[in-house]
Design a binder for this molecule. Structure first.
Ligand code: FCB
Length: 480
């Protein structure tokens, strides 16, 4: 296949999507809700992490964020004006079971009201159970490195289902377990900020186990639910395909980013090369119990793929590397790539976003085509894709042509994958609103809607109007 293809050529013909293709937008609880003490909510690992000096740019935190907890009605009205078919949001575990203890009806009631508001607006709720806000009380008992956390996750998932199961059809368990395990426990860039490679691998298994336990029990309760998981997958290519070290580096990154999750979920086994690379860490036999992989590979109905960029990877020290979001102010962090700490990410001199991430739309097409070739995929949805740019509010409006171009190119890449036979059924832009971008605090704006944090005013950017048209017409027009 042409490495760049029509997604980068000068002339872009109009492209149509099927009538039932879902156009949506995504957010996550800690990034938008604020109200961190309201109605019984207690600390998550992110509340705690934000208090660590130097962990989050500007010392920012999610205490107020977009105040969505109090403004959700207006936000849903905005989604309706943007013609969204679906809204992907996450539920905050520490609202539902504060300190991982008893069920907190007041916390659950927020999501019940949100779901009613969405349904009233004709917007399909797409629920994520875990977008990184583990109750701090569980981290104090060892967090995801401990098996018990998987059972606590099941318990929490069922509490949410008890209340929302009658109205929410699509349930995804985890968002990006790669980030939870490797940024959280190996690199230390994300909460809980640990740097312990064995804990990271244990976390991988316990996150997957939690997913499998929840899928199994939700399926038993209601066979009609649509169940799945969201993974952030990458397209890793050797910087120099003729260099054996670079090829090995690409294999390792593909293994640690993609296959360590996809293989257990879809094939019921861990990839042998990743097990061999990490054998010295002695984690596998200590955590994997009989039957776990059957639980983890319980059939699912949807696969969520989050994609922002692919990478060239090298085994050699390089000066011209891309920023992969690992530049932090004061606090030392490490490589999240266990047993591949030497790998570098050379720049390909592609345009970059405000995160320093290379814009590589054809990587999404190639990733989807490859997944479809290597696995028996459930129907696939792009559950996150989007870009941060340094938006400026000027005379009451925000012109963001780069974001429009980014989304347009990636949607074209999705369409190309569909034309190549991949069953992609929807696309969620990240994000509906500017929000708390984890270790970058409020410094990075991913929204199609601008948020003035001083007033909480929402100002749809030019990309919001453009996306609303795409969602209404299910068509990308020709050249922008
Ligand atoms: C993903 C996260 C999401 C957001 C985007 C930019 O890794 O799932 O919360 O931060 O990156």
């Amino acid at each position: 296949m042409n490495p760049s293809g029509p997604t980068t050529s000068a002339h872009r013909p109009p492209v149509d999507f099927p009538a039932d293709f879902l156009f949506g937008a995504a957010t996550a609880a800690y990034q938008i809700e604020g109200a961190s003490r309201a109605d019984g909510r207690t600390d998550s690992i992110w509340d705690t992490f934000c208090r660590v000096p130097g962990a989050v740019l500007g010392g920012d935190d999610g205490t107020v964020a977009d105040d969505h907890y109090h403004r959700y009605r207006d936000d849903v009205a905005l989604m309706k004006r943007l013609n969204l078919d679906s809204y992907r949001f996450s539920v905050a575990w520490p609202r539902v079971r504060p300190d991982a203890g008893a069920v907190n009806p007041r916390g659950l009631d927020f999501y019940s009201r949100l779901v009613d508001e969405l349904l009233g607006a004709g917007i399909k709720p797409w629920l994520t159970l875990y977008h990184w806000d583990l109750p701090q009380a569980l981290e104090e008992r060892g967090g995801w490195a401990e098996r018990d956390t998987a059972y606590r996750f099941l318990e929490y998932a069922l509490s949410v289902h008890d209340v929302l199961g009658d109205r929410v059809q699509t349930w995804t368990t985890l968002n990006e377990p790669w980030c939870s395990a490797f940024l959280g426990y190996a690199g230390g860039q994300h909460a809980p900020g640990r740097r312990d490679p064995v804990a990271a691998l244990r976390a991988v298994h316990h996150l997957l186990l939690g997913h499998g336990l929840a899928v199994t029990e939700l399926r038993r309760r209601d066979p009609d639910l649509s169940l799945g998981i969201t993974l952030n997958l990458t397209h890793a290519e050797p910087a120099d395909p003729a260099d054996e070290g670079d090829r090995d580096a690409a294999r390792r990154i593909d293994g640690l980013h993609n296959r360590i999750f996809l293989d257990p979920l879809l094939e019921g086994r861990y990839p042998t090369d990743v097990l061999a690379d990490t054998a010295a860490l002695d984690w596998h036999d200590a955590v994997v119990e009989a039957g776990d992989l059957d639980t983890i590979s319980a059939p699912t109905d949807v696969l969520g793929v989050n994609y922002y960029h692919g990478s060239a990877v090298s085994a050699h020290p390089r000066e011209d590397v891309v920023g992969l979001g690992q530049v932090y102010p004061e606090r030392p962090t490490g490589s999240p790539f266990v047993a591949a700490e030497h790998v570098t990410f050379p720049s390909r001199h592609l345009p970059v976003t405000d995160m320093g991430w290379e814009v590589q739309p054809w990587g999404l097409r190639d990733l989807l085509v490859r997944l479809d070739k290597d696995y028996r995929l459930p129907p696939t949805y792009i559950t996150e894709n989007g870009a941060a740019y340094a938006d400026r509010l000027c005379n009451g409006s925000v012109e963001d042509p780069e974001r429009i171009a980014y989304i347009d190119r990636h949607l074209r890449a999705v369409r190309e994958a569909m034309d190549a036979g991949v069953d992609v059924r929807g696309y969620f832009v990240w994000s509906l609103l500017d929000n708390f971008e984890w270790a970058f605090g409020y410094a990075k704006r991913f929204g199609i809607v601008y948020v003035d944090y001083a007033t909480q005013e929402r100002i749809p950017k030019a990309s919001a109007a453009w996306y609303a048209d795409v969602a209404a017409t299910r068509r990308l027009e020709g050249d922008l």
